[in-house]
Ligand binder design. Structure first.
Ligand SMILES: *Cc1c(COP(=O)(O)O)cnc(C)c1O
Length: 499
């Protein structure tokens, strides 16, 4: 890039405007080239830099002294960010529900960022409104919502927001039904009945919605970690018997740790019988909607009143991309607020802000749209099927290893296990955190940990279809090495607390 020249109109030379010279497009190309070279050359999930080293790197940048040249800034950012980012596309990353991203979706991000579409009103969005609506309708059809209810939905920032809006909608639907008690009294008595392994965002939503501290009623899981329908029946009866009102039952299709899928058809039957709202949190398992081999595992989801789907997990989309889908579109009216300047009440064109908790909102639907237009739903589903298969293979490898203990049979794409080196049975709990930290610090692998039935264990989450069983073996070797080191008798100075 040529050196920066003093500009007649300094306010304009960094903005994409109608008179932006073409040379600036060149700068964007260079950025993408830097990124492509970096991504292709990265094999480790992260650098081995310490938190102190990273703090120093960031603190050393003088925000009062701009470099004045995008090329130089990209280079600086490469050193600060790219070189130390946690890379989900590498074979050693097996920690959380982060995915490598679909290339058409990255292209979509470039388009939406540059055009800067805001989808909340027709007059800022036009086609983008129609594209989001098509993706929403398409997803609702994949769920199998009956068309008679005019199903609808809206994109959100993630499962947390989708769950919040779902439970808000359920609360309002419940409170809109006539009842002798006042709204305030009823609010204190509302309950959300959810599986014991439901995501924490459900409890957080209950709190944000002004429900009482004991509003979330946990339903014990059966042995496989999924909700026990008999226990659900009991919970529904207990709430009614104690004078409570159930605002919603939350079933999870893919719990975050175990991947357990609650028995959706049974839960739906109980919800119909008790006339209560069923929300299905399919933030993780929603990808099964496009799975060629496993779609049937979501059977019953079509009976939900609302569904959360995170496209930025099992659909390989960049963050953020999630949606809330509702069986009866009219229920989204509870989120409608009109402003004369933006979305007057009787507007002729669709204004998506009428359905959203957000106002200004990104055109995130284009990512999934462009991915579907490139590889189709089956392309996405096959990639998901591959990681499900990989989890099964990894489960077998762990199960057959004498020094590893498989804590639960893999259901979706997670594998929970413990490393128990000979003679270290009682240290296994403590080993988990040490092993996890050792791997993270080394930069060679990233794994997660969690607690199941009071026992700490390591967790592998697979979402990278290019990961192989060899990669799994290598990470397990790193786990063993770290476990052996930690379990070995320590030299005196280490025992005294020195490092
Ligand atoms: C990840 C997850 C969420 C939260 O989704 P975000 O996109 O991280 O906000 C909710 N429920 C389940 C089951 C999840 O796995």
């Amino acid at each position: 890039m040529p050196p920066p020249t003093p500009c007649e109109e300094p306010m304009h030379d960094f903005l994409l405007t109608h008179d932006t010279p073409a040379q600036y497009a060149h700068a964007l190309h260079e950025t993408v080239d830097t990124l492509a070279v970096h991504l292709a050359g990265t094999r480790s999930p992260r650098s081995a830099a310490t938190p102190e080293e990273l703090e120093e790197l960031v603190a050393a940048v003088d925000l009062e002294r701009p470099l004045g040249d995008l090329g130089a800034v990209v280079e600086e950012t490469r050193r600060l960010y790219l070189d130390h980012a946690v890379h989900f596309h590498t074979p050693g990353y097996m920690a959380h529900l982060n995915c490598p991203v679909a290339i058409p979706a990255v292209a979509a991000e470039a388009l939406t960022a540059a055009v800067n579409t805001a989808v909340e009103t027709w007059d800022q969005s036009t086609t983008a409104t129609l594209v989001e609506q098509r993706i929403v309708d398409w997803t609702a059809a994949r769920i199998g919502f009956p068309t008679a209810g005019e199903p609808d939905g809206v994109f959100t920032t993630g499962g947390t927001q989708s769950n919040l809006q779902a439970l808000f909608t359920a609360r309002e639907d419940r409170l809109s039904r006539s009842h002798p008690a006042s709204r305030r009294e009823r609010l204190g008595r509302l309950r959300i009945v959810a599986g014991e392994h439901a995501h924490f965002s459900v409890a957080k939503a209950a709190h944000l919605l002004g429900l009482s501290p004991d509003a979330v009623v946990p339903v014990p899981a059966a042995r496989d970690g999924a909700m026990d329908p008999v226990a659900l029946e009991r919970a529904l009866h207990d709430v009614a018997a104690s004078g409570g009102e159930v605002a919603a039952v939350v079933a999870t299709a893919g719990t975050t740790d175990l991947g357990a899928i609650d028995p959706l058809a049974d839960v739906a039957r109980a919800c119909s019988a008790h006339d209560v709202w069923l929300h299905v949190d399919a933030a993780y398992g929603g990808g099964l909607l496009v799975s060629p081999a496993h779609r049937h595992r979501l059977d019953g989801i079509e009976r939900a009143d609302s569904v959360t789907v995170d496209f930025h997990k099992s659909w390989f989309q960049p963050v953020a991309a999630s949606a809330l889908l509702v069986r009866e579109g009219r229920n989204l009216r509870f989120s409608t607020w009109s402003a004369e300047y933006l979305n007057p009440r009787h507007a002729v064109q669709p204004n998506l802000v009428d359905k959203s908790l957000q106002t200004t909102r990104r055109f995130d639907a284009l990512k999934l749209w462009m991915t579907l237009r490139t590889v189709g739903a089956e392309g996405i589903g096959r990639a998901l099927d591959r990681v499900l298969e990989l989890a099964q293979e990894a489960g077998r490898i762990v199960d057959e290893a004498p020094d590893l203990e498989l804590v639960a049979r893999p259901v979706l794409s997670t594998v929970l296990f413990r490393h128990v080196p000979p003679g270290a049975d009682d240290a296994a709990d403590r080993l988990v955190e040490t092993v996890r930290n050792t791997l993270f610090d080394s930069g060679r692998a990233v794994v997660a940990s969690t607690v199941l039935d009071g026992r700490r264990c390591l967790k592998l989450t697979f979402l990278n279809p290019a990961t192989t069983t060899d990669d799994v073996q290598q990470v397990l070797e790193l786990v063993r090495a770290a476990g052996r080191d930690a379990a070995a008798p320590r030299p005196l100075e280490a025992a005294a607390g020195a490092r």
